[in-house]
Design a protein around this ligand. Structure first.
Ligand code: ATP
Ligand code: MG
Length: 202
């Protein structure tokens, strides 16, 4: 029997926006994956979360992905009180799902930071990366860097062109602070959740 193929979308999702959903859906369809697992980060090593709690970020991720049968959300990182490193998360997933090929999905901004992650070489032994283009990241610089990473760590990183959406969680948080609209940048349900729970106003 053919192996299953799962995409992993890691992120802080603070909040989850349409950029995240579009890239996950592109990968799902183009790579013919069985599912995409969204994994909100609990306590990310490189980021101080000043925005929403991990509980709110997790719930918003569930709400945003609810209507897609091939999208799933994992609490594996948010329920972990320690700092969450992708390598540990991936090892956990491998234990849970056997006979599965994993693909880790990132934007070009995130993939070029891979050398700073915990055990990149080990990580690349367990999965392939799919890096998608992102507005604001210079393609040529990123491609050079990716080639370097491939050589240093002897790993597989594929590039996928997706429709470019100039949306970031940072911009969404700024807009809310400045009383500007976030309509059509996040799903309606996420917008309602943010308003109802008064998130990102300070
Ligand atoms: P922040 O501004 O807080 O860093 P973000 O919009 O970058 O938020 P993250 O949760 O950091 O969102 O991103 C999770 C993953 O999704 C990363 O791999 C990131 O590169 C990718 N990503 C986020 N937004 C986009 C986008 N608009 N286009 C392509 N990739 C994206
Ligand atoms: Mg980011």
């Amino acid at each position: 029997m053919a192996k299953k193929r799962f995409g992993i979308m890691g992120g802080t999702f603070d909040p989850i926006h349409l950029g995240h959903l579009v890239i996950a859906n592109e990968v799902l369809n183009i790579y013919n994956m069985d599912k995409i697992i969204f994994i909100p980060a609990g306590n990310p090593p490189f980021k101080n979360i000043t925005g929403a709690s991990s509980f709110d970020r997790y719930l918003m991720t569930i709400i945003a992905t609810m209507a897609n049968n091939n999208f799933e959300v994992s609490d594996i990182e948010i329920k972990n009180k320690e700092k969450s490193y992708t390598i540990n998360t991936v090892k956990e997933l491998i234990k849970i799902y056997d006979d599965t090929e994993f693909y880790f999905i990132t934007g070009m901004d995130a993939i070029i930071d891979l050398p700073k992650w915990q055990e990149p070489q080990e990580l690349l032994k367990h999965l392939k990366f799919i890096a998608v283009n992102r507005p604001g990241v210079c393609d040529q610089d990123a491609l050079n860097k990716i080639e370097e990473i491939r050589e240093i760590f002897d790993g597989k990183i594929e590039i996928l062109k997706v429709p470019m959406l100039q949306i970031s969680s940072t911009d969404i948080r700024d807009r809310i602070k400045n009383n500007k609209s976030i309509k059509y940048l996040v799903s309606e349900s996420v917008e309602q959740y943010i308003i109802k729970n008064n998130l990102y106003t300070v």
